[in-house]
Design a protein around this ligand. Structure first.
Ligand code: ATP
Ligand code: LTN
Length: 321
């Protein structure tokens, strides 16, 4: 199965990024899987060059710490494979302004910024280029990326209809639970990097005491019944999904073992510390050797350029270039 996914180097990952995306990537990695640090996408954020460089190295270390193995899959930095920016242009001449301006992420992010740049609008076209360059069949991402995936499929189909069969039409895949981890303080809103919520966000490398504190303060409700029901109990349902994701059980099975919120929270916090501590230790070790991390990415980019180049030439030729 040909797989591609990526994340922006926009700061420390949170639990949603891990359970919704990165952990799936590790599970499905193979010689046909490509995982990139999408640094070109991060240019749409207000981020200094120094910070972008630091975040890129951090994200490489995080990928490896989470269990991506460069001997198994291809790990690379997007900007080191120029075909991404090149195919982006070809696809910008296929995508429409109307469909881009309807993207929910664009509407939300543009509303929060004055004088936002064009890149914020065209961002999903670059994402389509990332995916289509690798003949990708499946894209493991969290629930919030569904609309971008649909757009990628539309662009690929439109291109194929107009210029002949060129691209594989990819499918977005979400994990069964935790495809949308919610903020612990505001469980009707997704856990997010760009909205500050210090108590509501669990970072992948939070200390055990921070994890325990944030879980114990997580918003629940007053009826005291441990039940998996998003409609009436979003706080508890969110905790049950996080638990289910780590324990590899169903939220209902976990709910049936508890009668008190406090017990559920204590066990969940311990389970999280147990699962995340090894990641944190690996990260601390890997980040000491940035040159090695970049050597891994350089080897990955070499492989990626070969694959992406062939698809790029196919697309350029089909369009008459
Ligand atoms: P922002 O909130 O600023 O949009 P983000 O936290 O969504 O940022 P991204 O870099 O956009 O982070 O997402 C990286 C990956 O993590 C994507 O596959 C995305 O679907 C997934 N993801 C992000 N937030 C969550 C979440 N709360 N639950 C599950 N998956 C998530
Ligand atoms: N838009 C994605 C990041 C992203 C991506 C991709 C994900 C850029 N290119 C290709 C999967 C495949 C996000 O998480 N915000």
């Amino acid at each position: 199965m040909k797989i591609l996914s990526g994340m922006q180097p926009s700061g420390t990952l949170h639990l949603g990024n891990y359970l919704g995306a990165l952990r799936q990537w590790v599970e499905v990695q193979s010689a046909d899987a490509h995982y990139c640090v999408v640094d070109l996408h991060a240019l749409t954020l207000q981020i200094s060059p120094e910070m972008l460089r630091k975040n890129t190295t951090d994200l490489l270390a995080t990928y490896l710490a989470a269990g991506l193995d460069p001997e198994v899959c291809t790990i690379f930095i997007q900007s080191q494979v120029p075909y991404h920016a090149q195919l982006n242009w070809l696809l910008e001449c296929v995508a429409t302004y109307g469909e881009l301006s309807r993207m929910v992420a664009f509407k939300e992010k543009s509303a929060r910024q004055e004088g936002y740049r064009v890149g914020l609008l065209t961002y999903p076209v670059l994402m389509a280029a990332d995916i289509l360059l690798y003949d990708t069949e499946e894209v493991p991402v969290g629930d919030d990326q569904r609309q971008h995936l649909e757009l990628t499929r539309d662009i690929a189909e439109r291109f194929n209809n107009r210029f002949g069969d060129t691209f594989t039409v990819p499918l977005g895949v979400q994990p069964k639970v935790s495809a949308r981890v919610m903020d612990l303080q505001e469980p009707t809103r997704k856990m997010s990097k760009s909205i500050s919520s210090p108590l509501g966000t669990i970072y992948l490398f939070d200390s055990p005491s921070d994890i325990k504190r944030k879980i114990s303060k997580a918003v629940t409700d007053t009826d005291g019944d441990v039940r998996y029901d998003w409609e009436t109990k979003p706080g508890i349902s969110n905790l049950l999904e996080i638990y289910a994701s780590f324990a590899k059980e169903t939220p209902d099975a976990i709910a049936s073992r508890y009668t008190r919120y406090g017990d559920l929270k204590t066990d969940l916090a311990n389970l999280m510390v147990e699962n995340l501590s090894p990641l944190r230790e690996s990260y601390d070790r890997l980040i000491q050797s940035p040159a090695e991390l970049h050597a891994v990415a350089e080897r990955g980019a070499e492989k990626a350029r070969e694959q992406a180049g062939a698809v790029y030439r196919r697309a350029a030729q089909a369009m008459g270039l």
